[in-house]
Design a protein around this ligand. Structure first.
Ligand code: 5GP
Length: 193
């Protein structure tokens, strides 16, 4: 997605350790015109596939998922992050190892909002090692729902997540795939699709 790549080149800040900061348009301040284009593009890429629900993870996936949901005309469910193991109520849970925060946390979704018959599209901002997507896919499986695919705004192609998710046969669509980035020069190169 050309518009997105141009925006990442212009406003993305490359940090040491393979972290890209996109706080000015995606992760802190949100450019809703860009989100509209992102939502439209996800809808185009999953055209013809059945989606009854969008599932994302708090917090940074929520805005993108909501705008995307307008195009699919389906509800959004976001998995809640929980630092403790004591989760009350009727919920599906799974465990995610965070790339950016370097710790493990539990995610949960109420059984009221995900179940048999749902065809689920996963949406998230970044794909790095794939742990967040794998955790979400696990919730879908535990709920007896069907996984339609996963839409990612920025995939870091130099990390293992993309290969792992595609290797599982999941339909993955990443709007921008970064092949390399250099913190010293700020240079970012993208994969052509
Ligand atoms: P994964 O689970 O694929 O290793 O990492 C994905 C999650 O970590 C995303 O939900 C995202 O919030 C965060 N993340 C991973 N890499 C980056 C990055 O380079 N920049 C930012 N802003 N978030 C990242």
């Amino acid at each position: 997605m050309q518009l997105l790549k141009e925006r990442i080149r212009r406003d993305g800040i490359v940090r040491e350790g393979g972290v890209l900061k996109v706080d000015s348009f995606l992760n802190h301040q949100m450019d809703i015109d860009l989100f509209e284009e992102i939502g439209k593009e996800f809808h185009r890429r999953f055209e013809g596939e059945e989606v009854t629900k969008i599932l994302t993870i708090e917090a940074s996936g929520i805005g993108i998922a909501c705008i995307t949901a307008r195009y699919f005309q389906v509800p959004v469910v976001f998995a809640k992050k929980n630092k403790t193991k004591n989760i009350a109520g009727d919920v599906y849970t799974s465990r995610v190892e965070s790339f950016t925060h370097g710790r493990v946390y539990d995610i949960m979704v109420s059984k009221d909002f995900l179940g048999k018959g749902d065809k689920v599209l996963l949406i998230d901002d970044f794909l790095a090692n794939g742990k967040a997507l794998e955790g979400l896919a696990q919730l879908v499986e535990d709920a007896g729902a069907e996984l339609t695919g996963a839409g990612i705004v920025i995939e870091k192609g130099f990390q293992r997540g993309g290969d792992a998710i595609r290797g599982r046969g999941i339909h993955l669509e990443s709007l921008a795939i970064i092949d390399s980035m250099d913190a010293a020069s700020g240079t970012i190169t993208f994969r052509e699709r």
